[in-house]
Design a protein. Structure first.
Length: 93
């Protein structure tokens, strides 16, 4: 996973760096003192959708979801959801 640092993408594990493109800079967000970017190209990835999930922000039904193991192997996976109407992203544990 690459993270923004000093105008470049940098791998925290091996230290590899590459330039950040101008269009990618728009998607970088700051959370506290950390900067991160979530990139999903919807034309390349087909995420499952559930129309019974209600968005906590806009109240519309329908969300794309994906799961990821964010904690220990003996803990359940985290479900990340994205509203199909407003694009709000949240997670369920």
């Amino acid at each position: 996973m690459m993270f923004p640092k000093g105008g470049k993408w940098q791998c925290r594990k091996c230290g590899y760096e590459m330039d950040i493109k101008a269009e990618e800079k728009k998607g970088i967000v700051e959370k506290g003192n950390k900067k991160e970017m979530i990139v999903v190209k919807k034309e390349e990835i087909a995420l499952p959708m559930d129309r019974s999930i209600q968005c906590p922000k806009c109240g519309n039904f329908g969300a794309y979801w994906e799961t990821m193991q964010t904690r220990g192997a003996d803990e359940p996976e985290t479900k990340f959801l994205t509203c199909v109407s407003c694009g709000h992203r949240w997670r369920e544990y």
